[in-house]
Design a protein around this ligand. Structure first.
Ligand code: ZN
Length: 486
C-alpha cells in the first residue's frame, strides 16, 4: 500500500499541473496580431481589395514618370512667376482635365526671382602667390539684395553658430562679410533622418542674413544647406535682410574656413540676382468629385514651382506627378471615391508659400469639410510610409493602409507634432489630418536646390512606389466609413 501510494503520487502531481496549465490564458507575447475594432469598422473588405488593386496598378504604371519627363525635360525650371511656371500650370491643368477632373486655377501673388550672373573670388588670403586669385562657387539666395555696380569687397568673418556671431559683437563684424560655416549632418541623413539634418542647417540659410545684418555685416554667406558633394551650391529662400546673401558650395566654405584660420581673407562678390515686384501666378486645383459626399475633400498634392538652377525633378515635380497619378489610377480602374479627391499643384512653396496661404484663406469657411490633406515634397526615393500629424486613434484606424503598402516596404506611419509638409501646414494648424509621403531621402539633400536636380535622379521603380503610397492613402481617406478619429 505504501509502495503504491508512493508510485501514484508523482502521477497526481503531473495531472494537476497539466490541468492548471490548460486553464491559463496564452502568454501575451504569443497573441495573434489584432487589428483595432475602429479599423475593422472603417475599412470594408471591398475597400481593402480596391487598395490592393490601386497598389498593383501603380507598380505597373508609367504615367507619373512620363508626366515628370515633360515637366522637367520639356518645360524645365519653374521659378514662381516665370513663363515656364505658367506653362507648367496650364499643362498640369489640361492633363487633369483629360482625366475628367473639374479644374480651376486659383490666382496666387508671387514675386519673381530674377537671377543674374553670380560670381565671387578671393582677392587676398594667407599664402597667396603673386597674381593668383581663387574662384569661389556660390549662388545668390532669394532675398538677396544685389551688390552695387562693380561688386563689393570685404573681409570674411567665419562663424559656426548664431551664438558665436553674437559673442563676436558688432565691433568685430560691422563692415565685414559673415560666413556661416555650419555643416549639414550627412551621417544623420544616411541614418534616415535627412529632414532633421536639413532643419538644423537650413536655419542659417533662412535667418543668417538677418543675423549678419543686425550685427552690421555688409553681406552674408552660408555653407550650402545640403550634402557637400560635387562642388554644387544649393540655392533657396533667405529672409529679406537688405544685404547681399549667397550660399557657397561646401568645398568653398571649407576652403575659406581653412584659410581664415591662418589669417585675413578678403572676398569680392558680384551678386546681381534680385527679387522682382509682385505678379500673379496660380495654384492648380482639380476635383475628382465624390459620389456620396462631394463636399467632403481629401487633398493629394505637391508643389509645381521649383528653383532655377535645376529642372525641379525631385523638388517637387515628383510630388506633383504622383498626386496626378492618384487621379489617373482611379480613372483607369474605374473606381469611384465617396468623397472628393482634390489634386493640388501648389504654387510658390519655395519663396514664401503664398499658394498655400491663398488656398487656406479662401477655404477658411470650408475647413471642417477637409477630411485630410496629403503632400509629397521630399523627392522620389524609396518611401517608408507616411509622416502624419494625426491622433493615435487615427493611426490605429489606418492599419489597413499599412497592410496595403507592406509588400512595397512602405508601411510605416510616424506621428509628428507639426505639419509634415509646408503647403498643407495652414490646414494642419486648423486640425485637418495632415500626411506627407515619407521617403528615405538618402540622396535628396545632395541634389536639393542645385543644378543637379534633374530627371535622371528619379528612379522609375521608386517613383512608382511613391505613386502607390499617395494613391492608396488618398483613396483610403476618401472612402473610409467616417472621418479619421481626432
Ligand atoms: Zn519642395
Amino acid at each position: 500500500m505504501r509502495q503504491t501510494l508512493a508510485l501514484l503520487f508523482p502521477l497526481f502531481l503531473i495531472a494537476s499541473v497539466c490541468s492548471a496549465q490548460q486553464k491559463l490564458p496564452p502568454p501575451a507575447w504569443a497573441k495573434m496580431p489584432q487589428e483595432a475594432e475602429s479599423a475593422r469598422r472603417a475599412f470594408s473588405p471591398q475597400l481593402r481589395s480596391e487598395l490592393a488593386q490601386i497598389r498593383e496598378a501603380a507598380m505597373q504604371d508609367d504615367y507619373a514618370y512620363e508626366e515628370l519627363e515633360h515637366i522637367t525635360d520639356s518645360i524645365g525650371p519653374r521659378t514662381q512667376g516665370s513663363a515656364q511656371a505658367d506653362a507648367a500650370v496650364y499643362y498640369v491643368a489640361d492633363e487633369l482635365r483629360k482625366l475628367g477632373l473639374d479644374v480651376h486655377l486659383q490666382p496666387v501673388p508671387v514675386r519673381q526671382f530674377l537671377r543674374g550672373k553670380d560670381a565671387a573670388e578671393l582677392v587676398e588670403y594667407p599664402g597667396q602667390v603673386a597674381g593668383a586669385k581663387q574662384k569661389i562657387v556660390l549662388t545668390a539666395l532669394y532675398g538677396n539684395a544685389p551688390t552695387p555696380e562693380g561688386g563689393l569687397t570685404g573681409d570674411v568673418v567665419v562663424v559656426h553658430s548664431f551664438d558665436q556671431l553674437k559673442a563676436l559683437g558688432r565691433k568685430k563684424v560691422a563692415g565685414k562679410i559673415v560666413l556661416f560655416e555650419v555643416r549639414f549632418d550627412s551621417r544623420q541623413a544616411m541614418a534616415g533622418h535627412s529632414g532633421d539634418a536639413y532643419e538644423d542647417a537650413v536655419e542659417y540659410r533662412d535667418m543668417g542674413a538677418q543675423a549678419a545684418a543686425d550685427a552690421g555685416a555688409i553681406a552674408c554667406l552660408v555653407r550650402s544647406a545640403g550634402d557637400g558633394a560635387y562642388r554644387l551650391p544649393h540655392t533657396g529662400w533667405s529672409t529679406d535682410a537688405n544685404i547681399p546673401a549667397a550660399a557657397l558650395a561646401a568645398e568653398d566654405a571649407d576652403l575659406i574656413a581653412r584659410l581664415a584660420e591662418k589669417g585675413a581673407v578678403k572676398i569680392h562678390l558680384s551678386l546681381p540676382t534680385r527679387v522682382g515686384p509682385e505678379i500673379q501666378s496660380y495654384n492648380v486645383i482639380a476635383d475628382l468629385k465624390g459620389s456620396e459626399h462631394p463636399e467632403q475633400v481629401v487633398i493629394v498634392s505637391g508643389h509645381l514651382d521649383s528653383w532655377d538652377l535645376g529642372t525641379g525633378a525631385i523638388d517637387d515635380g515628383a510630388g506633383v506627378v504622383v498626386a496626378m497619378e492618384t487621379a489617373e489610377l482611379i480613372h483607369k480602374l474605374n473606381l469611384h471615391p465617396k468623397r472628393t479627391i482634390r489634386v493640388i499643384a501648389w504654387m510658390n512653396e519655395e519663396a514664401g508659400a503664398t499658394g498655400a496661404a491663398t488656398y487656406a484663406k479662401e477655404q477658411a469657411g470650408e475647413v471642417t469639410n477637409h477630411y485630410a490633406a496629403v503632400e509629397s515634397d521630399e523627392g522620389a526615393e524609396h518611401p517608408l510610409g507616411f509622416k502624419a500629424k494625426i491622433s493615435a486613434a487615427g493611426q490605429h484606424e489606418l492599419s489597413p493602409v499599412q497592410d496595403a503598402l507592406r509588400s512595397i516596404g512602405a508601411n510605416l506611419i510616424q506621428l509628428v507634432p507639426d505639419s509634415p509638409a509646408t503647403d498643407i501646414e495652414p490646414l494642419a494648424d486648423k486640425g485637418v489630418p495632415a500626411f506627407a509621403v515619407w521617403q528615405d531621402a538618402l540622396k535628396y539633400f545632395t541634389y536639393h536646390h542645385t543644378p543637379a536636380d534633374t530627371l535622371d535622379k528619379v528612379v522609375p521603380e521608386e517613383l512608382r512606389e511613391n505613386a502607390a503610397c499617395i494613391a492608396v492613402l488618398g483613396y483610403a481617406l476618401a472612402n473610409m466609413e467616417g472621418p479619421l478619429a481626432k
